[in-house]
Design a protein. Structure first.
Length: 209
């Protein structure tokens, strides 16, 4: 979540409150996906739902299980958000944001994600990186916030969908550059990079009219 919103604990297990820039409080509950037998119902994606049960945040990931055979192809594929060359022909500009050294701590305080590789260099090296890095969803929030500013959109409630593919972690204390492209009146593509390394690809922002 960017500067426009933060999540805080409600004191109840599995529940959080989303506080947006206008001070609107939206009660959230964590819905975790679970594995099921291949011949039964498909698993739900991990996500966050509001008090009415509507999905507010949804996360998809890929898991590679070597040597596993005979698993049925179940579930629903996420919506396509691949970057098209048509969009690249309509650049809208670039905007940068410095990723502060302490942003991982600030994000962890509101998200509850204290994974060690965001804070400890040895843990980051054990994960295959020579630097500590910010949370992926924090990077996505920064991109969204900067992109909305570039487009002149002041009301975050206009965001209908935001989707990205993380190509590489974003190091702390770095300069993140977001490049934006137009798809149509209310849809935009974007990428992000740090020091020449692409960190976000296939970014897609859809706005409500």
């Amino acid at each position: 979540m960017g500067d426009g919103g933060r999540a805080v604990d409600s004191g109840l297990e599995g529940e959080r409150i989303l506080v947006d820039a206008k001070g609107v409080h939206r009660q959230l509950g964590v819905r975790r996906g679970r594995c099921r037998e291949p011949d039964r119902d498909p698993p739900d994606p991990a996500g966050v739902v509001d008090a009415d049960g509507a999905v507010a945040v949804e996360q998809w990931w890929t898991m590679v299980l070597l040597g596993l055979q005979g698993v049925a192809d179940l579930g629903t594929m996420p919506g396509d958000h691949r970057f098209t060359e048509d969009a690249r022909a309509h650049p809208l500009g670039s905007v940068s944001q410095h990723v502060d050294k302490d942003i991982a701590h600030r994000y962890a305080e509101v998200s509850g994600d204290w994974a060690a590789h965001h804070f400890d260099i040895e843990a980051a090296r054990a994960a295959g990186f020579d630097f500590v890095f910010t949370h992926g969803l924090c990077t996505m929030a920064i991109c969204t916030h900067r992109l909305l500013g570039l487009l002149g959109v002041e009301d975050p409630a206009r965001v209908r969908r935001i989707a990205v593919r993380f190509a590489a972690p974003t190091p702390l204390d770095s300069e993140l550059t977001v490049n934006a492209f137009g798809i149509n009146e209310n849809s935009f593509a974007f990428e992000a990079a740090v020091n020449g390394t692409t960190t976000v690809t296939n970014g897609r922002l859809d706005l409500r009219p």
